[in-house]
Ligand binder design. Sequence first.
Ligand code: 5RP
Length: 229
Amino acid sequence: MKTAGGSDAAKRRAGERGAEEVEDGFVVGLGTGSTTAYAIEAIGRAAEDGLEVRGIPTSFQSRQLALEVGIPLASLDAVDGIDLAIDGADQVDDDGNLIKGGGAAHAREKIVDSAADRFVVVADPSKRTATLDRSVPLEVLPDAHTVVADRVRELEGDPTLRDAERKDGPVVTDNGNLVLDCVFGRIDDPDALATALSRIPGVVEHGLFVDLADATYVGTDDGVDALEY
Ligand code: 5RP
């Protein structure tokens, strides 16, 4: 689920700083969400000015926006590699571990972000935390949602099926699956929880991104804080 915090100006600064890393000839992973949207728009402007770039979208939303702003698209199986991925986050800890999936796009995001030579996170200050403690989204196969929920409870988590806002019933992901938002409280060992969640049959992907980010750009009131890991 999304947080309400973070000004548009801070998101814009972060997103545009991320886009500055794109070089001529790059294949770029295009993340999902309101902060990454500023990066995609900036890459679109650069492409219009002659920068050669190809984008790999991580969601229906990022694909649509990339098409609108004129970024040529490619698919993962049609490129030799990804030079850079730019993506948002719902929470970032001091080591650069993330909780993602507020937009239910974390399965494709994790594939693209982890395949990139460099993965930069773009965020506003409300996303920073010393220790991860937001709910962790799990994308689950529809038939498996009750059994996955039972397994989450065995791990002392509290799962809730994510409801859609302008549709009756649950959120359905771009991949046709459901989302369980799972509260674990303070997550002192994200790696151990990530491993335990990955072992549950029926979980397509979870929103813990452990040791994947290379840097975070945090947009502030008057600039950008760059954190390298
Ligand atoms: C989508 C995500 C987004 O990157 C995350 O929710 C942050 O979005 P925003 O920049 O709108 O706050 O993980 O699945």
